[in-house]
Design a protein around this ligand. Structure first.
Ligand code: AMP
Length: 187
């Protein structure tokens, strides 16, 4: 199963992605985690990505497309994958589709995690305090939400029109949200 998790920063895609991976026995791949690892290891990709991430901007598609290609070609992704944090632009959506098609696969479903904006900000500030992520500062949080609205949210309509998208109410307990997500994918 190839499943895309869509939703604003702070919607819980990372937390739910891990839980869904266990329940569906499909690995989750998160471009944000891969980028943070590249930054930590000071790889050329990490060095390029860092300045965008720290500003709350998207890393340019030119840098991300190669990463997505690598991820989808990996043995880990061979039996399907839960995509957390990508695609984030229409160019990335096209790339995902093309790369899956090359292997005779396709996107099976897209879950859209919905959380009111006031709650997103609260969650992101809470995470900043707990995890110390360098892009969870009050300045970058507003920017990341704006970037989501402008560049990623159009994918909601894109996948909805193609009949692939299900909305998931992502408020309430972690457990309740997982159950809603599983129900949305028919499990
Ligand atoms: P995330 O952990 O998914 O919230 O991602 C953290 C940051 O990494 C984002 O704010 C972006 O700067 C960058 N990032 C992660 N995934 C992507 C992507 N698919 N395209 C562009 N930038 C990304």
């Amino acid at each position: 199963m190839n499943l895309i998790l869509l939703g604003a920063p702070g919607a819980g895609k990372g937390t739910q992605g891990k839980r869904l991976a266990e329940r569906l026995s499909v690995p989750t791949i998160a471009t944000g985690d891969l980028l943070r690892a590249a930054v930590r290891n000071a790889t050329p990709l990490g060095l390029q990505a860092k300045e965008y991430m720290d500003r709350g901007a998207l890393v340019p598609d030119g840098i991300i497309l190669g990463l997505i290609e690598e991820v989808l070609a990996s043995a880990e992704a061979a039996g399907g994958v839960i995509m957390d944090g990508f695609p984030r632009t229409t160019a990335q959506a096209d790339a995902v589709e093309r790369l899956l098609a090359r292997r005779g696969a396709a996107i099976d479903q897209v879950l859209n995690f919905r959380v009111p904006e006031a709650e997103l900000t609260k969650r992101l500030l809470g995470r900043a305090a707990q995890e110390g992520r360098s892009d969870d500062t009050p300045e970058t949080i507003g920017r990341r939400l704006a970037v989501y609205r402008e560049q990623t949210k159009p994918l909601v309509a894109y996948y909805r029109e193609r009949g692939l998208l299900k909305d998931v109410d992502a408020t309430g307990t972690v457990e309740a949200i997982t159950e809603r997500a599983l129900a949305a994918v028919g499990q």
